[in-house]
Design a protein around this ligand. Structure first.
Ligand SMILES: Nc1ncnc2c1ncn2[C@@H]1O[C@H](COP(=O)(O)OP(=O)(O)OP(=O)(O)O)[C@@H](O)[C@H]1O
Length: 353
């Protein structure tokens, strides 16, 4: 990218005169008791409270159907809350939707680019749609294509682009009006790791330039790499929040992964032994594909004792490792389940579309 400041995210975020600016100072998003019940009775979001300060890179995590998209749609004024108060950029979602739409960018799960148009035409079209003054459009198109590294293919029709390029172009179109707050709804789902890494760079860059980012993702590594703070939503309710480091600390202690020779019910027998192991009284024990994982304050101290106990029970340990908890462990501890990230991601290589 050029070293020039492309000016993304430098607009003031708040109309000081707005009657709805009664949330905490400098909150990009302020939510109190949000509920959203769909017309068929599905309670998608229940009693959500959260505050996202300006400039934060905030991550919203949860499995499919947890309520992430519904929440974003309320923030973007595409759905009206059933109950609760929500202000975005200091504006009320019910009474000031227009002011909110003018001050946010929204990258939905499905890309909104037109495959028939070139990269440049797509960004120019978004400039028109968002009312960017015509005198500013040329410069804005250039700076945004530069920001997302598509200047070289500005004249190519976007139908020729890889999945990662399309996502980058979509990100550029969400930024044409220099919104101080951007919603990214699972922006990297289905992309291969290289394309994903590339998008991360742009998101970091936008955030460094001052833009608040609200990201939903199923990829825990993505949240760990990018986010200052996270909230985990499950069945419409927030069940944990904090910085990635805080959340990992809350898991407590370290994780001992034990690999076992596959032998019928080896994992479940090993898990029972670990649970009954006195030194691991407060441990959390889970069965994994390879064997078991034990999270405990004393994992390091008493790990070898457990290995001996497993051997005494005729279980064959083929490997073990002691490590710090990851966000996967956090998610497992909170929900009892692994976050089922899209397994097709490896198939969708950057050059494959
Ligand atoms: N238009 C709708 N009418 C009724 N129920 C809906 C509607 N849209 C979503 N839901 C339901 O609301 C709940 C929350 O869905 P939502 O799409 O917000 O979850 P999500 O966390 O974004 O999941 P995903 O990652 O799959 O998009 C789910 O039970 C879903 O089936």
């Amino acid at each position: 990218m050029s070293s020039q400041d492309p000016g993304v995210g430098v607009e003031p975020s708040r109309d000081e005169g707005s009657a709805a600016s009664d949330g905490p100072a400098n909150a990009a998003i302020d939510v109190d008791g949000l509920e959203l019940v769909y017309s068929d009775g599905t309670a998608a979001v229940q009693g959500v409270d959260m505050t996202v300060p300006e400039g934060e890179f905030f991550g919203f995590l949860g499995p499919n159907g947890a309520g992430k998209t519904t929440t974003i749609k309320v923030f973007a004024t595409l759905l009206s809350p059933t109950a609760g108060e929500v202000s975005v950029n200091g504006f009320d979602v019910r009474s000031e939707p227009r002011a909110i739409r003018e001050t946010i960018g929204y990258m939905a799960q499905e890309t909104s680019i037109d495959p028939e148009l070139t990269a440049e035409e797509n960004v120019r079209f978004a400039c028109e749609a968002y009312g960017v003054p015509s005198a500013e459009r040329d410069e804005r198109v250039t700076e945004l294509l530069d920001l997302v590294d598509l200047a070289d293919v500005a004249d190519k029709r976007s139908e020729e682009f890889s999945g990662g390029m399309k996502k980058r172009l979509d990100a550029a179109t969400a930024l044409v009006h220099r919104p101080p707050l951007v919603f990214l709804d699972e922006p990297t789902t289905g992309l291969d790791p290289k394309a994903r890494n590339r998008l991360w760079e742009y998101f970091r860059r936008i955030n460094d330039l001052g833009t608040t980012i609200f990201l939903t993702t199923q990829y825990l590594e993505e949240a760990d790499q990018l986010c200052d703070r996270l909230a985990v939503i499950l069945d419409g309710e927030i069940v944990a929040d904090g910085s990635p480091a805080d959340l990992k600390r809350e898991v407590g202690g370290e994780v001992l992964d034990v690999e076992l020779e596959a032998d019928g019910d080896a994992s479940s027998r090993a898990a029972t032994i670990a649970r009954e192991f006195e030194a691991f009284a407060d441990a959390s024990v889970t069965e994994t594909d390879e064997g078991i994982s034990v999270t405990a304050e004393t994992a390091r101290e008493h790990g070898t004792d457990l290995l001996v106990a497993l051997r005494d029970a005729d279980l064959t340990v083929t490997g073990f490792n002691i490590r710090a908890p990851t966000l996967d462990d956090v998610f497992l501890a909170i929900t009892g389940e692994e976050l089922d990230a899209d397994e097709s991601s490896e198939a969708d290589a950057e050059g494959s579309r």
